[in-house]
Ligand binder design. Structure first.
Ligand code: SF4
Ligand code: SF4
Length: 316
């Protein structure tokens, strides 16, 4: 496993970052003890970088995985908070629920945020600056799908780390192509910010081309790590082998137990439309009085799931 420092942050991370979103209630919803075992196996295998978020509700998995672990682990979390107080609460919630005195990286969770995102959330930014000064967080970041937010981050002295979406089919990227996003990423890299990538498998769409999809993003000087969600030991094993430059048997990737997950809309949907605004990828619409999913846009992130008041959405 290769380790690299994220920009000027001083945080040395494994090239493979363990994404905690898919094991939690927004997606697979596996029991905490099972998820914790998979994370712990990842840590024991050399991964030292975990990515989570306030909305993922996966802090308990991480807390259990870290119990008694002797090594240093870099944790990134994020919040949609806009005000100073909301952001302060979000950071202390992360500390408390993961049993840590500090969080290494705390992001603006802003999948659809545009170039005005830092201005619109000025209170939250001021809070993160103060918490960094107090040693409660070590670096400030932004997690985004939008090219213009990445470009804006390059101009923001306060931002240390950028966590952009990037994949070979350009799925989910707002404001341009994958190459346009790479150009924006180069800008933030040039000014010394750390970068790690999300959704390189386009929400599972590229799972059968996993090696090609990861190679597309890997080994670029401007990207130090890649976050991949994992919900079982098989996925962990495949990802570890790729990042150890070992060969993967293609037959493994097409086995039945490694299917692409999908967003499912139950027949109970009442067509209230609440979920549509929650989707960062404009993959939902109302059709004939029910929510309909455009699977060519859906990244199976699960962000829409908790917004349905009658629990009609599920990732299956
Ligand atoms: S429809 Fe839901 S799961 Fe699909 S991209 Fe949008 S928020 Fe994510
Ligand atoms: S929020 Fe739930 S009930 Fe409302 S449209 Fe979406 S799936 Fe249907």
């Amino acid at each position: 496993m290769k380790y690299t420092v994220l920009g000027k942050s001083g945080l040395k991370v494994s090239e493979l970052c363990f994404g905690a979103l898919p094991m939690g209630p927004l997606q697979a919803n596996i029991p905490i003890k099972d998820g914790a075992k998979i994370i712990r196996k990842g840590l024991d295998s050399g991964i030292n970088f975990l990515d989570t978020a306030q909305v993922y509700k996966t802090y308990p998995y991480i807390k259990e995985a870290l119990a008694g672990f002797p090594g240093d682990v870099v944790i990134a979390s994020k919040s949609h908070a806009t005000s100073y107080k909301e952001m302060r609460n979000a950071v202390f919630e992360a500390c408390q629920k993961m049993g840590r005195d500090y969080i290494d990286i705390f992001h603006f969770h802003a999948p659809r945020g545009d170039k005005n995102v830092f201005q619109q959330r000025a209170g939250a930014l001021a809070c993160l600056v103060d918490l960094k000064r107090e040693g409660i967080i070590r670096a400030i970041g932004i997690s985004t799908h939008a090219i213009e937010a990445v470009e804006k981050a390059a101009e923001m002295e306060e931002i240390d780390i950028v966590f952009p979406i990037i994949n070979m089919v350009g799925m989910g990227i707002i404001g341009g192509t994958a190459e346009d996003m790479f150009e924006a990423i180069k800008k933030v890299h040039r000014v010394g910010k750390g970068v790690y990538a999300m959704k390189v498998l386009a929400g599972g769409y590229l799972i059968k081309r996993i090696e090609e999809a990861i190679s597309f993003v890997r080994n670029r000087e401007e990207i130090q790590s890649i976050a991949l969600g994992m919900v079982n030991l098989r996925e962990l094993s495949i990802n570890l082998r790729i990042f150890r430059n070992q060969k993967i048997d293609q037959a493994e990737l097409i086995k039945e137990e490694f299917p692409r997950k999908r967003l499912f809309v139950s027949g109970f949907c009442e067509g209230c439309g609440t979920c549509i605004k929650a989707c960062p990828n404009q993959a939902l619409s109302l059709q004939e009085g029910r929510a309909a999913v455009d699977y060519s846009r859906c990244l199976t992130c699960g962000y829409c799931v908790p917004h349905c008041p009658i629990f009609a959405l599920r990732i299956v």
